[in-house]
Design a binder for this molecule. Structure first.
Ligand SMILES: *[C@@H]1O[C@H](CO)[C@@H](O)[C@H](O)[C@H]1NC(C)=O
Length: 188
């Protein structure tokens, strides 16, 4: 009897943890092509890096999927990366799209930082206006999810891409926004 109660409590705990996680549109669903090479990283990561794609945004799954395909093509064919550079992307539709995912090394900063971080790229150019509230919310939910499932350190540091490489990313308006988020630091 005691064992059954414990089992039920454990199940309830597992469900609670996974319900912290937003729905993630898988690579398969948005139409990703396979990576050229895969390098896994050590988890949990210490850093979360926020980027913008500096492309037009997208407002529904169909448009966002097309945008991800074009970003992946550019990263693999022109920039010669192994895959799309980000761990995840956030659409203007308020949905999370899987990039390389939690446990694979992206190419969103430099190898030194890529191996110790996840990179979240907002689809759009957020120099003047920040992303919509539901996009901002779902990105923060994704980070909380990462902590809950043990792939992001509880005391993670959150950075704008501009703190790790010469870039405007994540755009002035989004950079201002993330300064209010948990874990924000100006330099690693
Ligand atoms: C992003 O928007 C800013 C302000 O409108 C513009 O100056 C910049 O060129 C844009 N970036 C890209 C890569 O299009």
């Amino acid at each position: 009897m005691k064992l059954i109660v414990i089992a039920v409590l454990l199940c309830a705990e597992a469900i609670r943890v996974s319900s912290d996680c937003p729905t993630i549109i898988s690579r398969n669903r948005w139409g990703a092509k396979p990576p050229k090479q895969v390098q896994t990283i050590r988890l949990p990561v210490e850093y979360v890096v926020i980027h913008h794609s500096a492309t037009p945004t997208c407002l529904d799954e169909d448009a966002c999927s097309k945008r991800l395909i074009s970003i992946q093509n550019y990263h693999m064919d022109v920039l010669k990366y192994n895959d799309i550079s980000y761990s995840f992307m956030v659409g203007g539709d308020g949905k999370i799209y899987e990039g390389v995912g939690w446990n694979k090394q992206g190419s969103h900063t430099t190898p030194q930082w890529d191996s110790r971080s996840i990179g979240i790229g907002f689809i759009g150019n957020f120099t003047v206006e920040p992303p919509q509230k539901d996009a901002l919310d779902v990105a923060q939910q994704l980070i909380k999810c990462g902590v809950a499932i043990g792939v992001v350190q509880a005391d993670y540091k959150l950075l704008g891409a501009r703190s790790l490489k010469p870039t405007e990313s994540p755009g002035d308006a989004l950079y201002k926004e993330i300064q209010n988020w948990d874990g924000f630091v100006r330099s690693p």
